[in-house]
Ligand binder design. Sequence first.
Ligand code: OAD
Length: 238
Amino acid sequence: MEGRYDEVRDRLYSSRNPVVLTGAGVSAESGVPTFRGEDGLWRNFRAEELATPGAFARDPLLVWEWYDWRRQRISQVKPNPSHIAIAQMGTRHKNLTLITQNVDGLHTLAGSKDVLELHGNIWRLRCTECGKVVENREVPLKLLPRCVCGGLQRPDVVWFGEAIPGDVLSECIERIERSDFFLVAGTSGVVQPAASFAGMAKRAGAFLVEVNTDETPLSYMMDVRFSGRAGEVLPDLA
Ligand code: OAD
């Protein structure tokens, strides 16, 4: 396997436009629960039942309680060696694009710059009436939070059935279509549109690498797979 580490490192640092895509598995070793792992349930709900506009319309308090629980967990954790390794890759390779599905902000905390946050950020709130977005780091949050205009605020994240903000998505696609190296770490590869990014990179001719403890629906198209914990594999690749 060591030979493969050398090869992937060489590929990464000799590439022109590397792209890294991360998911919840990268934050797992910090203590942030993943969505589809054993600890993925909260009060017997799955993410797909809570992270939807319909759930929020029916029961905003329930949805907010889940997000408030996640915010409390995240506020107590620190970036782990995966986040730090990816930040180092970005320091060593100025053209590196980092796309994350994570809303926890840990990549930025670890020092990554210009992170493309596909699913938003849990530390921002958005008014459901006037659309105003504010940063808010209160934990626990006083539920239900209200905007200065009086409107109910929601987490500024992307829910199932909602579109990714157009500017973020087009930026991701543009970078992937130019990529020659694509590393995907800690994502189950089942949630769109991120699930189709590896295929897009492949069509662009990129060298594909996956880091995951388990096989995923993306595994078959990889040039190299590292089966292991991101916090152990990524520092060796950086
Ligand atoms: P998932 O919970 O679906 O998948 C986590 C992936 O990380 C799995 O493939 C695990 O095998 C892997 N994994 C777990 N621990 C790991 C470790 N220490 N090192 C490496 N891999 C590890 O999370 P995502 O793929 O990020 O969206 O989920 C995608 C989206 O679905 C989320 O952004 C969220 C969710 O519902 C919304 O809320 C809209």
